[in-house]
Design a binder for this molecule. Structure first.
Ligand SMILES: NC(=O)c1ccc[n+]([C@@H]2O[C@H](COP(=O)([O-])OP(=O)(O)OC[C@H]3O[C@@H](n4cnc5c(N)ncnc54)[C@H](OP(=O)(O)O)[C@@H]3O)[C@@H](O)[C@H]2O)c1
Length: 292
């Protein structure tokens, strides 16, 4: 399949573009940050609906994996108008273009569409986001599903394992701090079902190979706090558990306080045969540094 991957320079999006390129003709949508080497590229601006429509046509894609987003929850809280343009208006334009040109649309969303007080959240539940980021991503999901019948939305949990670019995934950033002799301070009261990019790519492959549509949850098989994840990373590196410092959210307030528990139930994703890797296997894929 000829697949346009937007956000192909992102922490998750870059890794997905490379993994999908093993089986598909990937065209990567380029903005400011360098793309993974070896991919065909088209330029693209998420904030310009005209550029989005043009990119869909120019790429001659049969499918789009939409990964580009304004994905920093604290920055979204500070600039809700920009978050709305990037996460909602762009999805409206993309859905319109995909419907017009008969292109299959798979859009990435987040576990943070949920409010965190009714875990595990099912694909059929009605999300009640508490963050600007989650609200705009939920509105973006609706724009995709209403604007492009047959589209699928994949809600991704906290990403661990191997990522792309300068930033590390949740497990990489812990591993890099430990390697630098620092003591990661990690929340004991934020629960997620971390998932690795390889597993997310596998779900996308299954969706590309089918006409399955609607919402799918991409969460890993284990529910854990960030502190639990830190202990797993320390164990995998032979570091002392004492190097991982436990912290409560109220001890380190964030611009956008995160929901307490956004663990995902992935029944619909499992029904297409998807089985995500255990956390230990994902953590083992970590890069030793951003350029590794
Ligand atoms: N990482 C996670 O833990 C996680 C968890 C759950 C869900 N997700 C979702 O997964 C998707 C990918 O996340 P990520 O981690 O790869 O995000 P990221 O590292 O923040 O990357 C965002 C991507 O969007 C692109 N982008 C931003 N503004 C743009 C613009 N105006 N025009 C064109 N492209 C633009 C960026 O390109 P430039 O840098 O060139 O601007 C970058 O490639 C997002 O939809 C996010 O909501 C991520």
């Amino acid at each position: 399949v000829r697949v346009l991957v937007t956000g192909a320079s992102g922490l998750l999006g870059g890794r997905l573009a490379l993994l999908l390129a093993r089986d598909h003709a990937v065209v990567a949508a380029r903005h400011e940050t360098p793309l993974p080497a070896g991919l065909d590229a088209v330029t693209f601006d998420l904030l310009s609906p005209a550029s989005i429509a043009e990119t869909v046509v120019q790429s001659q894609a049969e499918a789009v994996v939409h990964s580009a987003a304004f994905a920093d929850a604290d920055r979204c809280e500070a600039d809700p108008a920009l978050a709305h343009r990037a996460n909602v208006v762009a999805c409206e334009a993309l859905a319109r273009a995909c419907r017009t040109h008969g292109v299959r649309l798979l859009a990435l969303s987040t576990d943070l569409v949920f409010g965190g007080d009714a875990a595990p959240a099912r694909e059929t539940d009605d999300p009640q986001p508490i963050l600007v980021y989650g609200r705009t991503k939920l509105d973006g999901e609706r724009a995709v599903l209403d604007g492009c019948p047959g589209a699928a939305v994949v809600r991704v949990a906290l990403v661990h394992g191997r990522g792309h670019g300068r930033r590390g995934t949740a497990s990489e950033s812990i591993a890099w701090q430990l390697a630098a002799g620092r003591t990661p301070r990690l929340f004991v009261d934020q629960f997620r079902t971390p998932v690795d990019a390889e597993s997310v790519a596998d779900l996308l492959q299954r969706l590309l190979a089918s006409d399955a549509h609607g919402v799918f949850h991409a969460g890993g098989p284990e529910r854990m706090s960030r502190h639990d994840l830190g202990l797993r990373v320390a164990a995998s590196l032979g570091a002392s558990p004492g190097q991982i410092v436990a912290l409560r959210q109220d001890e380190a307030p964030q611009a956008a306080p995160r929901p307490r528990d956004v663990s995902l139930d992935c029944t619909r994703a499992h029904a297409v045969g998807w089985r995500p890797r255990p956390v230990a296997a994902g953590v083992a894929l970590d890069r030793r540094g951003p350029d590794a």
